[in-house]
Design a protein around this ligand. Sequence first.
Ligand code: GAR
Length: 200
Amino acid sequence: MSAGLPARKRVAILISGRGSNMAALIAAAKAEDYPAEIALVLSNVPAAGGLAIAAAEGIATATIDHRAYGRDREAFERAMQAVLEAHRIDIVCLAGFLRILTPWFVGHWEGRMINIHPALLPAYKGLDTHARALADGATEHGATVHFVTPGMDEGETILQEAVPVLPGDTPETLGQRVLAVEHRIYPLALRMIATDYTLL
Ligand code: GAR
């Protein structure tokens, strides 16, 4: 650590899939002045492609398969919580993590857990956001980083950026345009909250 810089916040990224937002956060955190380090990548899906990317970057990885816990969401979350505590995590970033979280887990991480959503919240909460925006004839769409609260995709916005919807767009072409924005704003949002949190 450079003299004069505060200790970097220890971040866990929770994923379920390919992990392109995770990779963007890992890349950003390599900057010497970045206020957070990626200390753990945790997946609920053993085959998630992002796990191999993280491991290749030398980052600790963990898999907690939610299927082992049946319908007991809290038991699954208690297992996650134990791993997060073992790695002394300060901030949790959800990055394509496709499990609904209970009020117990969300409450534990209140103000310290953020999510990226592929829409301009409060528009298009939930799934299939690109197809729904196109079906509505929306002229703009985008991505939002927000704090996680018990209501799905409802927490306070940290950063949001719009993209135009272009003639001939499909969910795939629009999704690619949004994803490029996601990869830019997620590292910026984490920088913001890790810095604020440092000052608390
Ligand atoms: C991203 O587009 C993210 O915004 C979205 O899943 C994708 C994950 O891609 N998240 C949600 O829809 C959450 N409601 P990635 O694994 O390549 O980051």
